[in-house]
Write a protein that binds this ligand. Structure first.
Ligand code: FDA
Length: 302
C-alpha cells in the first residue's frame, strides 16, 4: 500500500500537527506503542519488561528541533533519564536522534550536546545508540559518531538496509555495536532501494555480514521470516547468543518478544516515551497500515 505509506510519512513530517499533538496527552491509540509521557512512567514500563527477561533501549521522543533552547531541553531530559535508569537499576540503554540534539541547527552545538550525554552514560557503563534518520542526516550523524568514538567506546549506530551505501557503511563501522534495520523514512530512488524484496535481501546480507565480522549486532525487526533466518544462520555458523540480540518496538508483537526471551535469546525492546509522540506514531502507521487497528480500537472503545 505505497500510497497510504506516503500519506502517513507526509503526516509524520507535518510540524503543525506535531506541535498540536504535544498539547494533548497520548491520543489516537499512541498509548499502545508509547510508554508514557514522563520519566516515572517509562521507568515503570521498563521495569515490567526487565522482570520478563527483556532489556530496553529508551528513546525520549523529539523531532523538528530548530531552536537551541529546545535541543538543550532535550539533552537535559536525556541526562535525567540516564540518572533515573541508574538510580532505579533498570537494564536499559539510550537511543537518541542527533536532530533532537541540534543537528539541524549547528553541527558543533549538536556535538557538544552528544558528548555530554555520552560522557554521562559512560560513567554508568551505559551504551548510547545514535538512531539514524533520513538520508540528509546520514553522513553528519556518522561523522558525529566517528568523532565521539575517538574518546568514548559506549556508542553505536544504525545501518538502514534500504540505502545503496549500507554495505559500504557496515564494512566501515564493523567494529561498532550496530543495530540493523530495513529503514523507516521515504527516500528517493537514486539513494535507496524502493522494492520491498530488494530491501529484505539487503537486510539479510547486512545482518549476516555483521554477525560474522562485526561487534555486537542488534537485529531490529518484527519480520518473523528474518528472525527465523537469523536463528538458523547463527546455529549453522556457531555464532554465540551473546554476540547478538533481537530488538522490536514497544507494543508490537508482544507475544513474540516474550517468546524470543524465553527461548534464551537476548531481547531488547525499544521504548519510546514523551509528549512529542506524533511523528513516531505516524511512521509506525506508514510501515504497517494494519497498525491502524490501534487507532480504530481506540476510537471505538471510548
Ligand atoms: P516489515 O514492516 O517489513 O514487516 C515484514 C513482515 O513482518 C510483515 O509483512 C508481517 O508479516 C510481519 N509483521 C511486521 N510487523 C508486524 C506486527 N506488528 N504484527 C504482526 N506481524 C508483523 N528505522 C530507521 O530508519 N532508523 C532507526 O534508527 C530505526 N530504529 C529501529 C529500532 C527498532 C527496535 C525497530 C524494530 C525498528 C527501527 N526502525 C528504524 C524501523 C525499521 O527501519 C522498519 O521501518 C520497521 O521495523 C518495519 O520493518 P520490519 O523489519 O519490522 O518489518
Amino acid at each position: 500500500m505505497p500510497l497510504l505509506r506516503d500519506i502517513f510519512i507526509n503526516l509524520s513530517e507535518n510540524q503543525l500537527l506535531n506541535s498540536a499533538a504535544q498539547k494533548y496527552g497520548l491520543r489516537l491509540g499512541a498509548q499502545s506503542v508509547v510508554a508514557g509521557t514522563n520519566i516515572p512512567e517509562v521507568i515503570k514500563s521498563m521495569k515490567e519488561l526487565n522482570a520478563q527477561g527483556i532489556s530496553c533501549t529508551v528513546d525520549n521522543l523529539g523531532e523538528f528541533v530548530y531552536e537551541k533552547s529546545e535541543a538543550t531541553k532535550a539533552k537535559e531530559n536525556i541526562l535525567a533519564v540516564i540518572e533515573a535508569i541508574h538510580e532505579n537499576d533498570v537494564d536499559a540503554h539510550i537511543s537518541l536522534k542527533p536532530s533532537q540534539l541540534g543537528l539541524d541547527i549547528d553541527y558543533d552545538f549538536c556535538y557538544e550536546n552528544l558528548v555530554e550525554i555520552v560522557a554521562k552514560a559512560a560513567e554508568y557503563n551505559m551504551h548510547v545508540n545514535f538512531d539514524m534518520e533520513d538520508y540528509a542526516r546520514l553522513q553528519p550523524s556518522f561523522d558525529l559518531l566517528e568523532t565521539i568514538s575517538q574518546e568514548y567506546n559506549n556508542v553505536g549506530t544504525v545501518i538502514q538496509a534500504y540505502f545503496f551505501n549500507a554495505k559500504e557503511n557496515i564494512e566501515k563501522f564493523k567494529d561498532y555495536r550496530l543495530r540493523i534495520v530495513k529503514g523507516a523514512y521515504k527516500e528517493p530512488a537514486d539513494v535507496a532501494y524502493q522494492d520491498k524484496h530488494d530491501i529484505d535481501l539487503n537486510f539479510i546480507e547486512l545482518i549476516e555480514y555483521h554477525l560474522l565480522n562485526g561487534k555486537f549486532t542488534s537485529i531490529a525487526t518484527h519480520d518473523h521470516n528474518v528472525i527465523n533466518h537469523v536463528k538458523q544462520f547463527a546455529k549453522e555458523h556457531d555464532i554465540p547468543t551473546d554476540k547478538f540480540e533481537f530488538q522490536m518496538l514497544y507494543g508490537f508483537r508482544k507475544e513474540m518478544q516474550l517468546e524470543l526471551a524465553r527461548e534464551g535469546y537476548n531481547f531488547c525492546t525499544y521504548v519510546p516515551f514523551g509528549s512529542d509522540w506524533y511523528g513516531y506514531f505516524m511512521r509506525r502507521l506508514a510501515e504497517r497500515p494494519q497498525n491502524l487497528n490501534l487507532v480504530t480500537k481506540q476510537v471505538f472503545t471510548k
